[in-house]
Design a protein around this ligand. Sequence first.
Ligand SMILES: [Zn+2]
Length: 313
Amino acid sequence: MRLLPALLALAAARPLACADSHWCYDIQAKASNYACLGPSQWGGDCKKNRQSPINIVTTEAQVDPNLGLFSFSGYDKKQKWKVQNNGHSVMILLEDEASVTGGGLAARYRAKQMHLHWSKELDKGSEHTLNKVRYAMEMHIVHEKEKGTSRSEKEAQDPKDEIAVLAFLVEAGSEENDGFQPLVEALSYIPRPKMNTTMNDSISLLDLLPKKETLRHYFRYLGSLTTPGCEEKVVWTVFQERIQLHKDQIAAFSTKLYYDSEQKLKMTDNVRPLQLQGQRLVFKSQAPGQLLPLPLPTLLVPMLTCLLAGFLA
Ligand SMILES: [Zn+2]
């Protein structure tokens, strides 16, 4: 008869865990006594060898002159965006309102959604690391390739870049970031999974990004989604310049949001462990000092010759 209370207790604890064998992050797998599947048990393509995130060794990234400026369209449109707790992150629904071209991408890509990864600790929340340095948060703007805008037939059939994710690392700064405040305030209205709200104030996507002139510096590699099924169809852009948020704004994500509908497990540390880079190359856009690849005398001599010729004529 002693078994019954134990079984009842187990049944009561059950909703805390994932109802089915749903995927989750390490922290939630441990807290639910492995009732949900942590990253080492993720299925789909998650065990393949072109996975994300990775550690980017900045000195080993190769300069690719094709990685030019991005051209953002609709990124400046101010709007009261819909925000959702999807059980794994907080997501802004972008509904094709914005798109991006350039930046070495093979086509136009339409913005679908934006979400973030974070931790309670300021050096544990990003998915990608730069030279093994992990940042407070990482923001992903997820775009899908627009059909019929590929530069060639071959590219149209190449599924490796069906999705373009623009990734921004976030670090703690001394000031409040006004652009992020409507999103931070929305978090209080969506504590539980599947809850939705609308921002109280209008912001544009550009309001969330670092200064536009810094966006010419970025890293590029081919990888995967960082959540199951981990499909290997993502062209990744990881920007060098960090977004700065006040530490209280960063903390709001781990304190206001819950992973479970009983509000027992905080939504935090939603970060997939680093994956092996393997044979893949990481590229970088041209560094500022490298914009003039020719040594100065090579440019000066013809200029002076022209000037002299002008005088002598
Ligand atoms: Zn993500």
